[in-house]
Design a protein around this ligand. Structure first.
Ligand code: ZN
Length: 196
């Protein structure tokens, strides 16, 4: 009887354990503290639904310590809102994850200049008063999108939500954007694997 109970409860107990992931950030060209704070809150909010807790460290803070599940993100470009008109001819991804031999690595990059120009096309005059807040929200969403690839170990995309292939400027700054329940289950089913 005692054994049967343990067999029944253990899987539930294991599922209830959140995965702890440390994100090490390296900013190449400066950032707004407000955008950084909002990026962290938004990414944490999105991935917590999939049972993942995030801790953020700057590269110099993380150098002395060791972590089990570590993901490195380089943030290139200036991660700060400005009032210049967007460069509409700039193309390319807003963020990406590195792979080698088809394997998804725990290394990603967020392109702040591209992201800033992208969301400007969906911003109106009043939005600029909270420009760094919106830029941080967009940064958090593309970061969560790349985390989806890394945690689920999948190059695939979802039909909707944060894990869809293309996030429009409007979706990047909209009030809310999440993983679907299916995406959360997908991440959790692969989340027991080590990232390296
Ligand atoms: Zn993707």
């Amino acid at each position: 009887m005692r054994k049967a109970l343990l067999l029944f409860f253990c899987p539930l107990f294991l599922l209830a354990q959140n995965k702890e992931v440390t994100i090490v950030m390296q900013f190449a060209d400066g950032f707004s503290p407000q955008a950084l704070q909002e990026m962290q809150l938004e990414a944490e909010r999105i991935v917590s639904k999939a049972g993942v807790n995030l801790a953020f460290k700057h590269r110099h803070e993380a150098a002395q310590e060791t972590y089990n599940d570590l993901i490195f993100f380089k943030l290139t470009g200036r991660c700060e809102m400005d009032s210049f008109p967007p460069l509409l001819d700039e193309r390319g991804p807003l963020a990406f994850t590195f792979t080698t031999d088809g394997r998804i690595l725990p290394f990603g990059e967020v392109k702040c200049d591209r992201l800033r120009d992208s969301i400007k096309t969906a911003m109106s005059g009043a939005d600029y008063s909270q420009g760094n807040h919106l830029l941080g929200r967009a940064m958090g969403r593309v970061l969560a999108h790349e985390l989806y690839h890394m945690l689920a170990q999948s190059k695939g995309h979802a039909k909707g939500g944060v894990a869809r292939e293309f996030l429009s400027p409007r979706q990047l700054i909209a009030e809310k954007l999440d993983f679907s329940n299916h995406d959360c289950a997908f991440i959790q089913s692969n989340g027991s694997k080590s990232l390296l």
